[in-house]
Design a protein around this ligand. Structure first.
Ligand SMILES: [Zn+2]
Length: 369
């Protein structure tokens, strides 16, 4: 139910007021149209439609709407998941936001629906470098700035496994194989031989690269007050999005090893890291159900398992479900995606209607005899 703000200094760049939900040009325009009120309203429309028919479902459908997803879900999804566990309720599957149909998909060049079976983790490393403060006319061999720069560079370029294996990437490639060029298909089928070629190709695209391994992004650096003064301390932040194959402990150990010989440099997590989730099954009956209803809702578009690159409340429901999936049957261009947390967020009426029909179809196929 919650949305991120529309920053005051960006309001003049919005085509319509972000909180008026103007319907214009075939779109619902406004903050949250995609993330995540589109699904919220579509779900309620779908359930009210089915309830109005007075039919009795064979399975219980639980609707869980959090109020704090954008700030981590601690008072929303976390507590609701705990309540389900305490009641001894374990869902056949959970479906949340987090992925959709992309047009074009970077790997096939055509539209494809990506059902995310896992979420990456989130962890921020604080790099602290202390140095001898004083006048810069007679500097020591290393200053706090040069130490921090060296540390950031080493951690940024430390070896990180990038492979199709060990996560949903290989399953995604296999599911999309019919849509992929012959040469890429050959390479996927023979990763032992063409792995470097394939990885080289995927490295070129940020989304594909993120699918293959943990991403490393130096995002902040702070220190120094004047050009002629040696700072006592410099601090930098490096943000990691953890791939399911990596744990935060491994990444921290590798980062500490990379800077071990830099005297005066320490690295630690700036806040407790959030691990990547476990990978839900792409061969389960629930995945098959979602994929089938997706095909119906999106006119036979190919569906493939994938990895959610950001985070959602879904991860909190792991203990209360056999499998957890992240997918909305919305067809987006890259431009549409830029509206999420960005300017001029909008949802097409076609996508909105399709989402209502999708939830009706999913609930009917999954919960009614
Ligand atoms: Zn969001």
């Amino acid at each position: 139910m919650d949305v991120v703000p529309a920053a005051a200094d960006t309001l003049e760049n919005w085509n319509t007021s972000p909180f008026q939900a103007v319907i214009r040009d075939g779109y619902i325009q406004g903050r949250g149209a995609i993330d995540d009120k589109g699904s919220l309203v579509a779900l309620m429309e779908a359930v009210e439609f089915l309830a109005a028919q007075g039919r009795q479902p064979a399975r219980t459908i639980i609707l869980a709407f959090g109020h704090d997803e954008e700030i981590g879900g601690d008072q929303g999804a976390v507590l609701m998941s705990q309540a389900l566990v305490q009641r001894g309720q374990r869902a056949w599957f959970v479906l949340d936001e987090g992925s959709a149909a992309i047009d074009p998909h970077p790997l096939t060049g055509a539209p494809a629906a990506i059902i995310a079976v896992a979420e990456r983790g989130f962890a921020t490393l604080r790099v602290r470098a202390v140095g001898q403060p004083g006048h810069s006319s007679t500097p020591p061999h290393e200053t706090a700035v040069s130490l921090a720069a060296a540390a950031v560079d080493r951690i940024h370029s430390m070896p990180i496994t990038r492979s199709l294996e060990g996560g949903p990437a290989i399953d995604m490639m296999r599911a999309l194989a019919p849509e992929i060029s012959f040469t890429t298909r050959m390479a996927v089928a023979n990763e032992w031989l063409f792995g470097p070629l394939l990885r080289g190709r995927m490295e070129g695209d940020p989304v594909s690269r993120a699918l293959m391994g943990t991403s490393v992004a130096p995002t902040m650096i702070n220190g120094g007050v004047r050009p002629n003064v040696l700072p006592a301390e410099v601090e930098a932040m490096i943000n990691f999005r953890l791939h399911p194959r990596d744990t935060s402990a491994e990444i921290l150990a590798r980062a500490q090893a990379a800077v071990a010989d830099l005297e005066g440099v320490t690295v630690e997590w700036a806040e407790p890291p959030r691990e990547a989730t476990s990978v839900s099954s792409a061969t389960s009956s629930s995945y098959a159900l979602i994929a089938a209803v997706t095909g119906a809702a999106l006119d036979g578009l190919p569906a493939a398992p994938g990895l959610m690159l950001a985070g959602a409340d879904a991860r909190h429901y792991q203990p209360a479900a056999e499998n957890v999936y992240r997918f909305q049957p919305m067809l987006f261009t890259t431009a549409d995606l830029e509206g999420i947390h960005g300017l001029n967020e909008r949802l097409s009426l076609n996508n909105f209607e399709r989402t209502i029909r999708f939830y009706i179809g999913l609930i009917e196929a999954g919960a009614f005899p």
